[in-house]
Design a protein around this ligand. Structure first.
Ligand code: PMP
Ligand code: GLU
Length: 399
């Protein structure tokens, strides 16, 4: 097929750079290079055994037919119970839609709410797919800047200033991918106060990293009654239960938004995989020892990586409070040279680190923040230690 025959939609759509960088590092690995992949954000743990067993049982029990579009009733009951138990939030099963990953949940919500020309406010740095999904809905992204100096958090004043009569939706993640920043209850309350003054704005709260949070307790913006009827929580099992490949995400939302997502999903995918849904039902039960153990491992690795990065001259390091990424400011290396080849920006630096140190990372451009790079620390302590040594050495060789 000729390139010109593709739809205009494709002209502006960017490839997911997290996935792109990971693809590149897999290709190099296949060619025999010893690549340490810190580009793709996915837990390196195998899905816990009790969840795998539930999936095998689901196959034998005959869960092989189309499930209901929004998900099996038992799974939506389990999610409803999880919202109550872990977040003290009331979402009835008919306010819950299970999808093929949180990514599809986000797409469903954006397509349900955003009309062409509607403004969607997204704080920087943001997760790669938000703005591309907004583009597909023909919405207009309105970014709010944040830097490492404010721990990559925006203020209520910045939020207030970004809202216009055309604002339809606000999208954010806490814990945040890529910065690892986590908003406190007081900070979320201050946002809720702002939103209370603007009743046309919906809030998509991406809580996929809920279980990888190093502060005391996860806080959801949906807890504030004055705005709860405009909040859509997106969550899933990929990160907290090491289930990226199973592709299960879900929303808790006002009933009419859940119904809209059900309608869209009914035309796009019918429903999420039946076997994965049965596995997710088990994952979201009360047995969460593996999740706690993984969270402890991520905290240990965060400390390891932050401490080692701090030893590298010229990097400015944040201390992530959740998720499994660090997002250092690398701009002091811009303008340096690898032999005759200049390192102009974070993209060049990532490529240099990939080819010289054999460590794959993601340029901050992908997240709207070109002075930074993202490193995922969802890898073993040994690999992380080796990767940090290699990065330090490679950076020291730039002149
Ligand atoms: N939101 C954020 C912030 C993410 O990092 C991811 C991970 N890809 C997702 C949503 C989507 O997760 P999944 O589709 O695997 O459930
Ligand atoms: N959330 C992961 C990341 O940011 C997975 C990749 C993706 O879905 O884009 O790396």
């Amino acid at each position: 097929m000729k390139q010109q025959q593709l739809s205009v939609r494709l002209d502006t759509l960017a490839e997911s750079q997290t996935i792109g960088m990971s693809k590149l590092s897999r290709e190099l690995t296949a060619k025999g290079f010893d690549i340490i992949n810190l580009s793709l954000g996915e837990p390196d743990f195998v899905t816990p055994e009790h969840i795998r067993t539930a999936a095998k049982k689901a196959i034998d029990d005959g869960f092989t037919f189309y499930p209901p579009i929004s998900g099996y009733a038992e799974l939506r009951e389990a999610i409803s119970a999880k919202f109550k138990r872990e977040n003290n939030l009331d979402y009835a099963p008919d306010q819950i839609v299970v999808s093929t990953g949180a990514k599809q949940s986000i797409a469903n919500v954006v397509l349900s709410l955003v009309n062409p020309g509607d403004e969607v406010i997204i704080p920087l740095p943001y997760w790669v797919s938000y703005i591309e999904i907004v583009k597909l809905a023909e919405g207009k992204t309105v970014p709010i800047q944040s830097t490492i100096d404010s721990d990559f958090k925006i203020s209520p004043e910045q939020l207030e200033n970004a809202i216009t009569p055309k604002t339809k939706l606000f999208i954010f993640s806490s814990p945040c991918n890529p910065s690892g920043s986590v908003y406190t209850k007081d900070e979320l309350k201050a946002f809720a106060k702002v939103f209370a003054r603007h009743p046309q704005v919906f809030i998509l709260s991406d809580e996929i990293y809920e279980h990888i949070n190093f502060l005391e307790k996860h806080e959801s913006i949906a807890q504030f009654e004055e705005i709860k009827d405009r909040v859509i929580i997106v969550n899933g099992v990929s990160k907290g239960y090491a289930m990226t490949g199973w592709r299960i995400g879900y929303i808790g939302a006002p009933k009419y938004i859940a119904a809209a997502c059900d309608k869209i999903q009914g035309q796009f995918t019918s429903a999420a995989s039946s076997i994965s849904q049965k596995a997710a039902e088990t994952a979201l039960g009360t047995y969460n020892k593996p999740t706690i153990e993984m969270q402890q491992a991520f905290l240990r690795r965060r400390n390891l990586v932050v401490n080692m990065l701090k030893q590298i001259p010229g990097l400015i390091i944040n201390e992530p409070k959740g998720a499994f990424y660090v997002f250092p400011d690398v701009s002091s290396y811009f303008g340096k040279k690898d032999g005759d080849t200049p390192i102009k920006d974070a993209k060049d630096l990532c490529m240099y680190l990939l080819h010289k140190a054999h460590v794959s990372t993601v340029t901050g451009d992908a997240f709207g923040a070109p002075n930074y790079i993202r490193l995922s620390y969802a890898a073993s302590d040994e690999k992380l230690t080796e990767a940090m040594h290699r990065i330090k050495k490679a950076l020291s060789e730039l002149s």
